[in-house]
Design a protein around this ligand. Structure first.
Ligand code: ATP
Length: 520
């Protein structure tokens, strides 16, 4: 099993994540969070809300920033007036180019389908090129393991190799092959019996359409929101008018978003229903570059502070030619998932594009009014926007992947989730060493008192070693065991998950010690 398979299997086995509506065969791109998963994902969202909105730290603000700035929250509706999506550009342009296979009826995102010819290399280094037919497989040339690219065409490639005395085959990428009709006709799609079954790439709108009200006609069409951000922009004026915020300030929102992804894959990484955690930070145009850097770096540090190993996390600044036409800067926070380096979050300087679009479309004046500005011309203006846009599910998956480890304790292998204590679904487990001598009663009393402050778990079944292992797999940072000494000296052992070290602590101090070790 590769490490991703192990993580998926642990998630299923321990109740972190299940396929949606599994008893009916599931629904592609949709996932359910089980008892441990819901706690983990809630903790991720809570940490984001606490650190970015409720208790945000403003001490590292850029030079010249005011001593304090507001971060407020919002919870906007999922269904909105369809004009929102016209103004945002989603109705016209929110689409991925996709290709269909007429034979297998599979659908692929054109930019995620590698097309390659073959080269056969002899032991003396001579190379024979073969491009009579071309092969298509999900992946990227240079990034995806050639064996994986060859997999859908194993038999055909093996027979070509056999005819060449077993020479090594390697893929040679053919860029833009699907755009060119003549080249595309030579391409064999995965699972197809011959070449020429793929259609030319076509735009495919990612928004889920639905109808509001009893009539199912064009006048009732709206969409499930594909991002939470637009809910913030359309409430910009409401927030300015009611919350006494002054530029610079930010609005944060956590909520569901829906995209009819062509190829949901890599577990929860690319889902059709997912949650986003987005901030729109409104500032003046003249210092938007500093605020962009501020948010980019702050968001990167947030993942590290919650335990992601710095070696696995990367900040990738987009090249100028990658930027949307309105954007003044964009960076991705990327994580080294077992399936490759991929985007966790994007941070963009969107200038005043969104507010300007909504001002035009709605006909409402969305300019900010600065009553303390003495220069009459500068009193009303459209602020510029920095948008850190994170995925709660992708974040949760990255925390899971980074925490997953296997080691040996007392000569026995164990699987452990080394989750940051703030994220751990269960903070501590309480065990009686044995089910007699008054130990369960004492352990239950401790459990009940801790439960008032922490999410704790009580378990009296099975050998103590197995109970520890179960909690290690769930990522529980501490196990508290009631033993013979508890009954005489009123102390318990506290076992730390990562080191397995045990210390004795008096029952009276337990709550405070735990609070301190869990980080408040
Ligand atoms: P990608 O290029 O991977 O499709 P994107 O650039 O379209 O992502 P954004 O529109 O910037 O993504 O969305 C912001 C964040 O929302 C992403 O960084 C990601 O964390 C999350 N997100 C977007 N699409 C999905 C999805 N299909 N499944 C899970 N999370 C998603």
């Amino acid at each position: 099993m590769d490490s991703m398979e192990k993580i998926v299997s642990l998630c299923k086995r321990r109740g972190f994540i299940f396929p949606s509506s599994e008893i009916y065969g599931g629904l592609n791109g949709c996932w359910d969070y089980g008892p441990l998963g819901v706690e983990l994902k809630r903790n991720v969202k809570q940490a984001w809300w606490d650190d970015m909105v409720a208790h945000h730290d403003e001490t590292a603000s850029p030079a010249g920033a005011p001593a304090t700035f507001s971060m407020v929250g919002l919870d906007s509706s999922l269904l909105m007036n369809p004009k929102v999506w016209e103004a945002s550009g989603h109705v016209g342009g929110f689409s991925d180019p996709m290709v269909d296979d007429r034979e297998t009826r599979a659908r692929y995102r054109a930019d995620q389908l590698a097309v390659f010819a073959l080269e056969f290399v002899a032991t003396d280094g001579t190379v024979e090129s073969y491009d009579e037919v071309l092969f298509a497989a999900p992946g990227e040339i240079g990034k995806t393991d050639p064996a994986e690219l060859f997999e859908p065409h194993r038999k055909r490639i093996a027979s070509l190799q056999k005819a060449r005395q077993g020479r090594n085959a390697r893929p040679v990428g053919i860029p833009d092959a699907l755009q060119n009709d003549a080249v595309r006709m030579k391409v064999i799609a995965p699972g197809a019996t011959g070449p020429g079954t793929l259609t030319a790439p076509r735009a495919f709108n990612l928004m889920f359409k639905t109808h509001v009200g009893a009539l199912e006609d064009n006048s009732s069409v709206t969409y499930l929101r594909p991002e939470t951000a637009q809910g913030i922009f359309v409430n910009f004026k409401n927030v300015c008018d009611t919350a006494r915020v002054r530029v610079p300030f930010g609005i944060g929102q956590i909520g569901k978003a829906f995209r009819n992804e062509i190829n949901p894959r890599n577990f929860t990484f690319r889902s059709r229903e997912f949650e986003q955690m987005e901030i729109e930070f409104f500032c003046r145009a003249n210092n938007s570059a500093q605020w962009y850097e501020y948010w980019r770096d702050r968001r990167y540090r947030w993942y590290i502070a919650l335990g992601i190993r710095p070696g696995n996390l990367h900040l990738r600044e987009h090249d100028k030619d990658e930027l949307a036409h309105y954007a003044a800067g964009c960076a991705d926070v990327e994580y080294d998932f077992p399936f490759g380096r991929s985007e966790l979050e994007g941070i963009a300087n969107r200038t005043d594009f969104d507010l300007r679009q909504h001002m035009q479309m709605s006909g409402k004046d969305l300019r900010y009014f600065d009553d303390q500005e003495t220069n009459e011309d500068a009193r009303r203006y459209l602020p510029h926007v920095i948008e850190p846009s994170a995925g709660a599910d992708r974040g949760t998956l990255a925390f899971l992947c980074d925490a997953y480890s296997e080691d040996e304790v007392g000569g026995e292998p164990r699987t452990v989730l080394k989750l940051h204590p703030r994220l751990a679904p269960i903070k501590a487990a309480v065990f009686p060493l044995v089910k007699k001598d008054g130990m369960p009663e004492k352990a239950l009393a401790i459990y009940r008192s801790l439960k008032k402050r922490f999410n704790v778990y009580y378990d009296e079944k099975g050998a103590i070693g197995r109970r520890y292992r179960r909690q290690d797999e769930a990522g529980t940072p501490f196990c508290i065991t009631v033993d013979g000494d508890t009954l005489t000296a009123d102390t318990v052992t506290v076992r730390e998950r990562d080191t397995c070290e045990q210390t004795r602590i008096s029952v009276a101090e337990l709550g405070d010690v735990l609070g301190e070790r869990l980080g408040g």
